[in-house]
Design a protein. Structure first.
Length: 293
C-alpha cells in the first residue's frame, strides 16, 4: 500500500507536536496511548481518511513531538489543552475525538471540559473515570492488574528496566499481551523501538502516570464528581484486556447525557484497534454513518 498520509509539525499549547494527517472533511483526531505513538492508528488512518480529515498526533513527549522536562508538564489539563490547540491550529471549532489507553483518558476528559468542541466521542479500552473511581479500588483483581501503576511511580527504575536489551521487556509486553499471536510484526516492533529510543521519550511516557495517577486513590475514598458527557459516545472494548477487568467497562452510560453505545470484541486484548482493525473500523464507521453517506 502506498502511504498517502503526510507528516507535519503543529504548534499547540506551547509544544510542537508531530502529526500524521490524511483526508478531507470533518476533523477526526486520533489519540494514542502508552507506550505507543501515531503508528498505532496505521490501520485506521487510510480508512477514515476516505470520509474525514484525520489527524493522528504523537502526544506530547512521544516519538517526534516535543518532550518538556518535568513531571508537571504531563498533567491531564495540559494534555487536554494540547488537543484543543490542535483543533484551533487546524482552523476548526470542533472534532470527532477518538482515544485509546491514555489517549482515551485524555478523550474522556476533553469531552467533559470542552463539550462545545466534541462533535462525537469514541473510546477504546479505557473506563469512564467515574466508573474507575467507583470500581477499581474495591476490586482485588483490578488492583492486581494495575501493579504497573505503582511501579511507574518510582524514579528512573522503570526507565532502566524497560530500556535494557533494546527495550526487550516492552517488545515482549506488546507481543505477549495480545489475544491472538502475531499481531505485531518484527517491522512494527522495530518502529516502536525507534520511537522509544528518542531521547526523553520513555521518561515522558511514564510521566503521564506520575503526573496524573496517585497511588493513594486506590486506598482512599475520594469523592470526585465529573461533568456529564454531552456528546454521542461510542466505547469499543476488547474483552481480554490484561490490564483492565471487564467490570470497569460497565456503567459509563450513567454519566453520558447523550446517545451511548458500547461494542465488545471477544477474543481481543487491550490493543483493540491493532488486534481487530477491520471490526474496529466497521464499528467506528457505523457510529459515524451520518457523515459517510
Amino acid at each position: 500500500m502506498i502511504e498517502s498520509w503526510e507528516h507535519e509539525f503543529i504548534k499547540t499549547n506551547g509544544v510542537r507536536l508531530h502529526c500524521v494527517t490524511q483526508g478531507q472533511g470533518k476533523l477526526m483526531i486520533l489519540l494514542h496511548g502508552f507506550p505507543e505513538f501515531w503508528y498505532s492508528w496505521r490501520h485506521q488512518i487510510p480508512v477514515m481518511a476516505k470520509y474525514f480529515k484525520v489527524v493522528a498526533p504523537d502526544m506530547r513527549g512521544y516519538n517526534e513531538s516535543e518532550k518538556p522536562e518535568g513531571v508537571k508538564n504531563y498533567r491531564l489539563n495540559l494534555l487536554v489543552e494540547d488537543v484543543m490547540g490542535l483543533i484551533k491550529a487546524l482552523g476548526e471549532e470542533k472534532a470527532i475525538i477518538v482515544g485509546h489507553d491514555w489517549g482515551a483518558i485524555v478523550a474522556w476528559s476533553f469531552a467533559m471540559i470542552h463539550p462545545e468542541a466534541t462533535e462525537k466521542l469514541i473510546i477504546m479500552n479505557v473506563p469512564h473515570p467515574q466508573v474507575w473511581q467507583e470500581k477499581a479500588k474495591y476490586n482485588a483483581r483490578q488492583l492486581q492488574k494495575s501493579w504497573y501503576v505503582f511501579f511507574f511511580q518510582t524514579e528512573k527504575v522503570p526507565e532502566n528496566y524497560f530500556s535494557k536489551n533494546n527495550f526487550l521487556a516492552m517488545r515482549l509486553m506488546l507481543s505477549n499481551s495480545t489475544f491472538k499471536k502475531g499481531v505485531f510484526s518484527e517491522e512494527d516492533l522495530e518502529k516502536f523501538v525507534e520511537a522509544w529510543s528518542k531521547p526523553g521519550a520513555l521518561t515522558a511516557g511514564i510521566n503521564y502516570y506520575r503526573a496524573n495517577i496517585r497511588p493513594e486513590i486506590f486506598m482512599e475514598d475520594i469523592d470526585l464528581n465529573f461533568p456529564k458527557i454531552t456528546s454521542p459516545t461510542l466505547v469499543i472494548w476488547g474483552e481480554e484486556d490484561l490490564a483492565l477487568t471487564l467490570e470497569v467497562s460497565k456503567g459509563a452510560e450513567k454519566y453520558v447525557n447523550a446517545p451511548y453505545t458500547i461494542r465488545y470484541i471477544p477474543n481481543c486484548g487491550h490493543w483493540v484497534q491493532q488486534e481487530e482493525p477491520e471490526l474496529v473500523n466497521k464499528y467506528v464507521l457505523e457510529f459515524l454513518s451520518e457523515y459517510t453517506r
